[in-house]
Design a binder for this molecule. Structure first.
Ligand code: SF4
Length: 186
């Protein structure tokens, strides 16, 4: 059977989800329920669209002018089989960098069966729950408890500090996508 991922949205071009020009894949589904989460519309595991992982990779590889892909959500590690395959295919079929946001902290991730394989197929992981009382909203960190785990030598921590904290993307169809670790409240 084909491996599938429950998808919230693909953002084809963003500058606020990691270094440089990137695509962003927002997965659908998260049960971690951080108070103050900015993406509650990504929590429902029955919403979104179910897509084959190889279809997702084809969509991303068709995009021009990006240096990498960020996977966020939703909670990517609650779809571990799909995320691992997605990372492996991106690495084997492209030179794109990859970054994952996760609400799980480092110790939780290290207990997951997929983690060792994820680490060798990703460039960085931003790990930890969003905690309102420790709000930071800078350098790709939503709150001060979160940490950036560098998994390759592709990026250094300064690359993340330079990422803009907020972004408003207006689509050709007039749609508005709000993104970043300090998103505007329209
Ligand atoms: S892990 Fe992320 S998506 Fe899930 S509730 Fe926390 S901030 Fe929201």
């Amino acid at each position: 059977m084909e491996t599938v991922l429950r998808l919230h949205e693909i953002v084809p071009l963003t500058f606020a989800n990691g270094p440089g020009a990137r695509a962003c894949i927002w997965v659908q589904g998260c049960s971690l329920a951080c108070p103050g989460c900015f993406n509650p519309q990504t929590h429902d595991f029955s919403a979104g669209d179910v897509r084959r992982v190889d279809w997702l990779v084809d969509q991303v590889l068709a995009l021009k002018g990006i240096e990498g892909v960020t996977i966020s959500g939703g909670e990517p590690f609650q779809q571990p089989e799909a995320i691992l395959l997605l990372l492996k295919l991106l690495r084997s079929r492209s030179e794109l960098s990859t970054i994952i946001f996760s609400g799980f902290d480092k110790s939780e991730l290290e207990r997951m069966a997929c983690f060792e394989e994820v680490k060798v197929n990703v460039d960085a992981i931003i790990a930890g729950r969003y905690r309102e009382e420790q709000r930071l909203a800078s350098g790709l960190l939503g709150s001060a408890n979160q940490e950036i785990l560098l998994c390759s030598d592709r990026y250094c921590l300064d690359d993340f500090i330079a990422v803009p904290p907020a972004e408003v993307i207006i689509g050709a169809d007039g749609s508005i996508t709000i993104s970043g670790v300090d998103p505007l409240r329209l």
